[in-house]
Design a protein around this ligand. Structure first.
Ligand code: ADP
Length: 510
């Protein structure tokens, strides 16, 4: 199958969180199964191509009509393991992707609407020679593309090559419904793909404010198959307030909506081969974790004391991740005699200031260190060095942190929501077989519930270290690779192919 993914992230080139990991992991796994995968990505100026081969300029030019201008784009191709990345660069002066970062700009709506329009032009151009069997779009940043493709815009762009839009099956993945891409209606005027149909306007109209548009909502309606990234989160967004207002809309389209658990890239996240680690380890050499702990303590200026548990936090510091609970967890851990290492990055100024002041508070402590920023190699070392990891998310579509932690023999303490509930079995409170128990879960998003789970974890490690190590080993034995999820995606792609009916395409202006 020829799969074209369109995404705002693809690790390691462009990664702000789990989306980048998921797109790259799935692309590579599909490639390994013999499928041809291309990922279309904006050519951000902050791409991290270090260690990758050189990209090659392609002899393909796109003219994208946007904001009343015709913007020329070049395409670069970067071959990666198992798939290729095609990078879209607007020229000559890139108004959209030379911002030094992926997100957080006041015109993010425009930037990614432009990207969707450029991807549409790409599809139009490729229709005769490299037409994909399925188009796979991800998150709000590309939600506009299915809507435009499914006949919501004029069949050809004035001034551009007069080719019809191909009927391509579309799969659309919701990685996080907390970010829906809601913008003012003026964004529609900027979409230089011609008039947008009445149906598209209905798709795009936000559910709470019809004067605003909602890109994720449009993607859900227009795609042939929709999924989110864990079965439990799929249920939560359909039937609880985790749907963030889209519950009714999703229920309408539940016939084509599925939950598929993310995997992790087990080649990148492999404690036996990880080049970042001073001491690589596996199931039979678990004791080497303590050498990594020594290295981490040296690097962060913490006291090395392997008799005490080391609790990690590796997270975007965002309300979704339960920042208040993280703060409680740090102080409860320290009061209980544990050490704490936090690596986190905050976009919201208020949260950034909060953690900056905590960082200062603990700056001289031998037992706690907060590193604020994004540091891939430090993340590897913390996963390898720690005993426990705190993941008190308010909601969690899938979560990769707990999967990586388990692979590195670090036991998660997490809230029983979304993908965390799907992937962690509680040490005590579980009907799961003993060999599947991997962590500590709590239900209520309160300091008390978190403290209770932390207390159980610290107690088990102190009183019954062999049992605690059994949890570590159980987690390390789990298969969190993309092998199985990739097969589920192939099934979803086949479903999309079957339900891609061109007759749904609206008549213009209807
Ligand atoms: P989300 O996508 O919501 O941020 P996930 O758990 O799905 O959360 O994925 C988080 C990914 O980002 C993991 O690979 C984690 O190791 C990584 N990560 C999060 N924060 C940082 C950070 N500050 N530095 C390095 N890696 C980080």
């Amino acid at each position: 199958m020829h799969v074209l993914m369109v995404s705002s992230e693809c690790a390691p080139l462009a990664k702000a969180g789990g989306l980048g990991d998921a797109v790259a992991g799935l692309a590579r796994a599909l490639g390994a199964l013999g499928h041809r995968v291309e990922v279309l990505l904006p050519a951000y100026d902050c791409l991290r191509p270090a260690g990758l081969g050189p990209s090659q300029g392609l002899d393909i030019g796109l003219k994208v009509h946007f904001g009343g201008r015709a913007i020329d784009c070049r395409l670069q191709e970067l071959p990666l393991e198992g798939y290729t990345c095609r990078l879209i660069t607007p020229t000559p002066d890139d108004p959209f992707f030379s911002r030094g970062r992926i997100y957080g700009e006041s015109d993010d709506g425009e930037r990614f609407a432009f990207f969707a329009c450029a991807a549409l032009e790409y599809l139009r151009l490729m229709a005769s020679t490299r037409r994909p069997d399925v188009l796979h779009c991800h998150d709000w940043q590309t939600g506009l593309l299915p809507a435009l493709l499914k006949g919501a815009a004029t069949p050809s762009t004035p001034g551009s090559i007069d080719l019809p839009l191909p009927a391509i099956p579309v799969c659309y993945t919701l990685h996080n419904i907390g970010y829906q891409g809601r913008f003012g209606p003026d964004l529609l005027d900027k979409i230089g793909c011609g008039p947008v149909s009445a149906l598209a306007r209905r798709w795009l109209a936000d559910h709470t404010d019809p004067d605003r548009i909602n890109l994720m909502k449009a993607g859900i309606a227009a795609a042939d198959a929709v999924n989110t990234v864990s079965p439990r989160y799929a249920w939560e967004v359909l039937y609880t307030e985790q749907g963030m207002g889209l519950q009714t809309w999703l229920q309408r389209y539940a016939f084509k909506f599925a939950g598929i658990l993310n995997g992790i890239d087990t080649a990148v996240w492999d404690p036996e081969r990880d080049p970042v680690l001073p001491a690589r380890f596996g199931l039979q050499t678990l004791e080497r974790k303590s050498d990594n702990r020594r290295a981490l303590c040296d690097r962060l200026g913490l006291a090395y004391d392997p008799r005490r548990p080391l609790i990690a936090v590796i997270s975007r510091l965002d309300r979704q991740k339960g920042v208040e609970l993280i703060v409680h967890g740090i102080s409860y851990g320290l009061e209980s005699g544990a050490q704490v290492a936090l690596l986190g990055s905050a976009l919201e100024p208020e949260i950034a200031a909060r953690f900056e002041s905590l960082r200062t508070q603990y700056a001289d402590s031998p037992d706690a260190r907060l590193v604020l920023g994004y540091d891939e190699s430090l993340a590897h070392l913390i996963y390898a060095a720690s005993d426990l990891i705190l993941i008190p998310s308010l909601y969690e579509p899938c979560g990769l942190t707990q999967l990586i932690a388990m692979r590195y023999g670090t036991v998660p303490i997490a809230r029983r929501v979304g993908g965390l509930a799907d992937t962690i079995e509680d040490a005590n409170d579980s009907i799961a077989p003993l060999e599947r128990r991997t962590g500590f879960l709590f239900d209520e998003p309160t300091p008390e519930a978190l403290a209770d789970a932390m207390e159980r974890a610290i107690w088990l490690g102190r009183e019954y270290p062999a049992e605690f190590n059994r949890l570590r080993r159980n987690g390390m034995r789990m298969d969190w690779s993309w092998r199985q999820p990739a097969r589920h995606y192939l099934e979803l792609y086949r479903y999309a192919q079957q339900s891609c009916v061109r007759s749904e395409r609206p008549v213009l202006g209807r």
